[in-house]
Design a binder for this molecule. Structure first.
Ligand code: 9D3
Length: 250
């Protein structure tokens, strides 16, 4: 899968792309990420990519000409044509379903907004999809683009190795939060690991973990239970519990 990124801050991408899973995916040729400096396509001597908003108001707006020139040039660098994604606070909120859709595209061209936004003609005539990463105000689309690349790359076959991809996604696909995990030592500062995990009774351990997932999901993310794969028995068990559903998270 190929990602092209258009940004006025290409340096933001170098660290994250050169570590860990993304680095290995790129070295293995499973994922290609090409970051382009949008200013290359700014026509004037000062490489200006923004301008004042017509009608007045605060802040600056990204000019259409560099974005159109850049997208047209980058589209011509490879085939097939990329799906053009604008990272913007006004976009569809990224979630697992959207990541899965985007992972079906052989190429994505990510436009990172800066300033107050982009000229509306970019959205209307250049962009295929608009994506947000949630209701927080960030300084631009660069960190959202990295987040999207990381999440989508994990779904590219081979990136997680050994069927791990499908497995890891499956376990979240169950729609439940994970069970609590422990490692050595069995006692740390007086806090003991639950006995069942040291018992060697695998069936009991599996039962304990399943219950922990159910309890934890109800306590922290009751909204997920609606879409979770639960047996009638499990639903009845959860309903029978006298546990405060959903407490505020720290
Ligand atoms: C809230 C009014 N605005 C700024 C004072 C609008 C605004 C414009 C541009 C807010 C943030 C930004 C820069 N952010 C992004 O480009 C962005 C973003 C985000 O801020 N939050 C979540 N997802 C995304 S994707 C791109």
């Amino acid at each position: 899968m190929r990602f092209d990124v258009l940004t006025i801050f290409p340096g933001i991408f170098s660290g994250p792309l050169e570590e860990s899973i993304l680095r290995r995916a790129r070295e293995a040729g499973l994922v290609e990420v090409v970051v382009h400096d949008l200013r290359q396509w700014a026509g004037d001597r000062h490489h200006k990519v923004d301008d004042y908003p017509f009608g007045g108001g605060p802040g600056m707006v990204m000019k259409p000409e560099p974005l159109f020139a850049a997208v047209e040039a980058v589209q011509a660098l490879a085939a097939p044509p990329a799906t053009v994604v604008l990272l913007t606070p006004q976009g569809r909120r990224l979630d697992r379903a959207l990541v899965a859709e985007l992972a079906q595209c052989p190429r994505l061209l990510l436009l990172c907004g800066r300033y107050e936004g982009v000229d509306e003609r970019v959205r209307e005539h250049l962009v295929d999809r608009e994506v947000s990463v949630g209701d927080v105000v960030l300084s631009g689309g660069e960190l959202p683009a990295l987040l999207l690349i990381d999440a989508v790359a994990r779904l590219v076959p081979g990136v997680l190795g050994g069927g791990e991809g499908s497995l890891a996604e499956e376990s979240f696909e169950g729609g439940l939060l994970e069970y609590p995990q422990y490692t050595r030592p069995a006692e740390f500062r007086g806090w003991a690991v639950p006995d069942v995990l040291l018992s060697g009774h695998h069936a009991e351990i599996e039962r304990w973990r399943r219950r922990q997932r159910l309890l934890r999901t109800r306590q922290r993310r009751a909204d997920l239970l609606a879409g979770a794969a639960l047996s009638a028995q499990e639903r009845a068990w959860l309903d029978s519990l006298d546990v405060a559903p959903e407490r505020p998270l720290n």
